[in-house]
Structure formats: C-alpha cells, structure tokens
Design a binder for this molecule. Structure first.
Ligand code: ATP
Length: 299
C-alpha cells in the first residue's frame, strides 16, 4: 500500500512554475528521499502535501484518503528550524509543543525522548545541547502523538558529521519501528545511506523515481587500469560498450545492465596486447546518477 500518492500536481508562483505535473507514490514503511537542486520544488511539494499551500491542479492522497482535517494528526513534520526555547529544558519544550498541537500526553513525552535518545538529558536546558541534539529534540516534537509518517525538510542541514550520523541512525530506527519517513535533502550520500526509495526533481518535474537500487542500476561500470595509453582507444571499439571515460580511478567503461563480463573484457585486452593491472565492477553512487540526470535531461 502507498502511504502517499501524488497525482499530476502543478503549482506556479506568478510566472515561476514550481511544480509541473508531478506524480509519485510513497510505499508504506519506506524511507523516501525527495531530491533535487535548489529551487526544484522540494519544499513546495512538502508544503502542498501538508496542506500549508494549495496546488493549482492535481491531487494527493494520504493513507488512500483524500485530504481531510483528521489526517494531519497521523503526520509529523519538521519543515523549518523549530521554535524551541533556549532557556527551557527538553521536557518543558515538548510540553509547550504538546499544548499547541494537542498531540499526545505526558507518557508520550517520555516515549519520544527515549526514541531520539535524549532521555538522560531531558532536564537540561535546550541552550546546553549540541546542534545534533537540538535537531533530535525537534524530531521528538514532530513524533508527539505517534504519527505514522514523518516529513523532514533537510533534516541534517548545518550539522557536523557526528550530528549527521546521529540523525541517520535515528531515521533508520524510526523506520524499523514502523514509521514511514519522507525527507527532502541535498546530501546525496546521506540519502543513499538512509533512503530506500527516491524521487528526483528538476525544475518542478519528476525525472526519476523508484527504489534507490532501481534508479541506480541502469548501467554497469567497469574500471580498468593498464600501463598503456591505448586502453581508452581500444575499449571504445569494444562490442556493446555505451561510453568510455578517463577518471582518476582508471578508465571507466559503461555497459547496459547485465551486458558485460569482466573475464571477457580482460581476455579482449590481453588478446590486443594490453595487460590490465586493475579490473573492478563499480557500483554507481547516487551522487553521480543525480548529476547525470540533472545536468543532461532537458525540460
Ligand atoms: P531549495 O533546495 O533551495 O530549498 P526547493 O527544491 O525546496 O529549493 P522550492 O522552495 O519549492 O524549491 O522552490 C521552487 C521554485 O519556486 C523556485 O524557483 C523558487 O524560487 C520558487 N518559489 C518558492 N516559493 C516562492 C514564493 N513564495 N514566491 C515566489 N516564488 C517562489
């Protein structure tokens, strides 16, 4: 089942087309990444599905239901820097959030503090927290009332590597405990580590979506090294090769998925007088795929 279905949503701000016929589905229990360069429409998408902003056309469904007031309590969100008070403790801050949002009770505060691993520091003032702890407390606030879905906009923005790793582990553990997480992010490496599905946007249009593996796995790449300069030229003539690139790691040879055998390439080079010092199959990184998609596809 899909937790969220987005169907042909368009949104313009005056002449700026922020979203152009956008459709994608978020599977239940997934960690779903919405990716895109600056201005590609990620925040606009999140704002529309949270009913903060009205779409010009198109529709969406949460839990298979058209939007209605009761749905909002099943969705926790962290869209911007949270409004937490520096001079109050974690518990006091969560009580305020709770009284404003009407979500959860005192037991819930204890529970979310444990979920984000801040229980031992619950009576310390917010001002004494590291940035990573502050962000975890903000996520705790979004978890009040035990929503099924958590929407996060750039959850690791501004954090150092330790803080980023803490949020990564938190997202994974929330997913394991049955939450669906939808996050917009620029940090492709992070998305690859934490998400199992992605939608990639460019100028308001969807340019790829699906499981991270399926988005990445349209090509195989072999990295070859040899002492001879002729390697690139030789491989350009190899049957079935789609392209060859000279990279710092070696000569990258791209093939359609499943269409290459390392042993055959090795034998081909040897028979043509080149002894390879390296032959490795390389898994494409999401970052490479993202740049490939966002820089090569036109509107
Ligand atoms: P970023 O990664 O920079 O946050 P984004 O992918 O979240 O970007 P949006 O903030 O959704 O993208 O913006 C999409 C487009 O709509 C951009 O061209 C942006 O300048 C424009 N836009 C967003 N909000 C407004 C607004 N209130 N008025 C006018 N244009 C807007």
């Amino acid at each position: 089942m899909f937790i969220l279905e987005i169907n042909n949503i368009s949104k313009a701000y005056g002449k700026i087309k922020a979203l152009d016929n956008l459709s994608f589905n978020v599977p239940e229990g997934s960690v779903f990444g919405i990716l895109g360069p600056n201005g590609s429409g990620k925040t606009t998408t999140l704002s529309i599905i949270l009913d903060v902003l009205q779409a010009d056309s198109g529709s969406y469904k949460w839990f298979g239901e058209s939007p209605h007031a009761g749905l909002r309590k099943r969705i926790g969100s962290l869209l911007e820097t949270p409004n937490l008070y520096h001079y109050l403790t974690a518990v006091q801050n969560l009580r305020i959030t709770q009284s404003i949002s009407g979500r959860g009770d005192d037991r819930d505060i204890e529970k979310v503090l444990k979920q984000v691993n801040l229980h031992e520091r619950k009576n310390y003032r917010f001002s004494t927290y590291s940035l990573g702890m502050k962000q975890r407390l903000a996520i705790a606030a979004a978890l009040l009332g035990d929503p099924k879905v958590l929407l996060l906009d750039e959850p690791t923005n501004g954090l150092d590597p330790v803080g980023i790793a803490e949020i990564r582990e938190l997202i994974k553990s929330l997913a394991q405990s049955g939450h669906t997480i939808i996050m917009a992010s620029h940090l492709l490496d992070e998305v690859e580590k934490v998400c199992d599905y992605v939608a990639i946007l460019k100028q308001g249009k969807l340019i790829a979506s699906g499981s991270v593996d399926s988005v990445l796995s349209d090509e195989d790449c072999l990295i070859l090294s040899a002492a001879e300069n002729r390697l690139i030229e030789l491989m350009q003539g190899y049957k079935g090769i789609s392209r060859v690139a000279d990279t710092p790691e070696g000569v990258a040879c791209f093939f359609d998925k499943g269409k290459v055998s390392a042993a055959e390439v090795n034998a081909f080079c040897f028979n043509n007088g080149i002894v390879l010092s390296q032959i490795t199959m390389k898994k494409k990184k999401l970052e490479e795929k993202f740049f490939e998609l966002t820089s090569t596809q036109n509107d």
